[in-house]
Design a protein around this ligand. Structure first.
Ligand SMILES: *Cc1c(COP(=O)(O)O)cnc(C)c1O
Length: 400
């Protein structure tokens, strides 16, 4: 038997769970990155929907510098003023009442799932179920992995957690049927407004509003995982807004800290009153540095009008890609919602991310093996968008 080949960039001192490309970035500015050889790239991925206000935004740099010189961490045993300020700003923006802060998306969803269990307990449900969607992704911890529908992420980790029941994404009738068959055991519905990891799957219009109505009728919590879609990504502050939907529980992470780790679980109404002292916590969660940076991200987004910009740039980019790729024999579909764009290809395309970077100077991600996923910074301007589209078309021309 041949020795296993070392994967590119996979250093033997690191656990073998990633397969990084052998490109190392040393500097970034706005929508651009530079590697250790000084080559420039256009970033159409933003660290997977994280650096929404762009790399090295001067206001973020300044906030980090100043806060690092004042105070990084004191613990949640004391009031943290930046945490209170962030909670006020976020709940006001989202139309929610209370916030809990953690350090990642998975932890935000863990928090949501714990709220669902408490809600079930209040209702006297003994074996509660949370409705989740086919092809969903909610994180890598045991509960969030169990809530996800990703055999490749779950492989080898059995037994997973019970208490989830799965239906097709975008199918209201399937959940209405569950209300008949399992209604008494259901505590909550957990759903991504647009499924990101599975290749930018957009639900039919009216789906979230219909879920809101059903959850109200059944007294289920509607829990929106806005970790990828939230904070302007789809051209609204939160993706539920396209349909006027305010959930009972909303989770955020990715873009909230523009690269400084922070997650949030927001809750409204009765769901906001489920935790009591001691029922949940996090050592690092909500520390002064992360919260101050997140407050700065929100300020930048407001001042630079990034939500409206995401809507406009997303629409233009989708139009340009659709027009140029019409009739391309290898392109099956071009989908999008704001600055979340997916291009389905007719062939296994994992190698395209490296080809795009090396030969065309543009950073992309391949979702589920055959979909190019684009998540550029929300600060994209016309000239940068046009350059990005030109490089993407160059890439797709090379595989025609
Ligand atoms: C990225 C993501 C997560 C997990 O976030 P982590 O910070 O990696 O734990 C959960 N849900 C959605 C929709 C995501 O896009």
């Amino acid at each position: 038997m041949n020795a296993p080949q070392a994967l590119p960039g996979n250093h033997p001192s690191l656990m073998n769970n990633y397969q990084p490309l052998p490109i190392s970035f040393t500097r970034g500015e706005g929508c651009r990155l530079w590697d250790s050889e000084g080559r420039e790239y256009l970033d159409a991925l933003a660290g997977v929907a994280v650096t929404s206000v762009g790399h090295s935004h001067p206001r973020i740099v300044e906030a980090i510098r100043e806060q690092a010189g004042l105070l990084l961490h004191t613990s949640n045993l004391y009031r943290i003023d930046w945490q209170v300020q962030l909670a006020q700003q976020l709940t006001a923006l989202a139309g929610m009442q209370r916030a809990f802060f953690c350090n990642s998306g998975a932890e935000a969803n863990e928090t949501a799932l714990k709220l669902a269990r408490l809600h079930a307990q209040r209702k006297g449900i003994r074996q509660p179920l949370v409705v989740v969607m086919e092809n969903s992704f909610h994180g890598r911890t045991f509960a969030t992995l169990s809530a996800s529908d990703s055999p490749s992420c779950q492989a080898g980790f059995a037994p997973l957690m019970d208490g989830f029941i799965k239906v097709p994404f975008g199918d209201v009738l399937a959940i209405q049927a569950l209300a008949q068959s399992h209604g008494q055991r259901i505590a909550a519905v957990l759903v991504e407004p647009v499924q990101g990891e599975s290749g930018v799957q957009v639900a039919p219009g009216g789906y979230l509003a219909a879920l809101r109505a059903l959850c109200d009728e059944q007294h289920w919590l509607l829990m929106l995982d806005e970790i990828q879609t939230g904070l302007g990504r789809t051209g609204r502050w939160f993706a539920g807004r396209h349909e006027g939907v305010v959930p009972d529980v909303m989770t955020l992470a990715k873009a909230l800290g523009n690269g400084v780790p922070i997650g949030a679980c927001l809750a409204a109404g009765a769901a906001a009153e489920l935790f009591g002292p001691g029922s949940h916590g996090s050592t690092f969660g909500g520390n002064p540095l992360a919260c101050r940076v997140a407050c700065t991200v929100l300020e930048i987004m407001e001042e630079e009008g990034l939500v409206a910009n995401a809507e406009r740039q997303g629409r233009l980019m989708l139009d340009e890609l659709r027009t140029a790729l019409k009739g391309h024999p290898q392109v099956l579909a071009v989908r999008g919602h704001g600055l979340m764009i997916g291009i389905d290809l007719a062939f296994p395309a994992r190698h395209l991310a490296e080809l795009a970077a090396r030969e065309h100077g543009v950073l992309i991600n391949i979702a589920r093996g055959q979909t190019i996923r684009l998540l550029p910074p929300l600060t994209l301007d016309d000239a940068t968008r046009q350059a990005m589209v030109a490089r993407l078309l160059g890439l797709l021309e090379s595989v025609r």
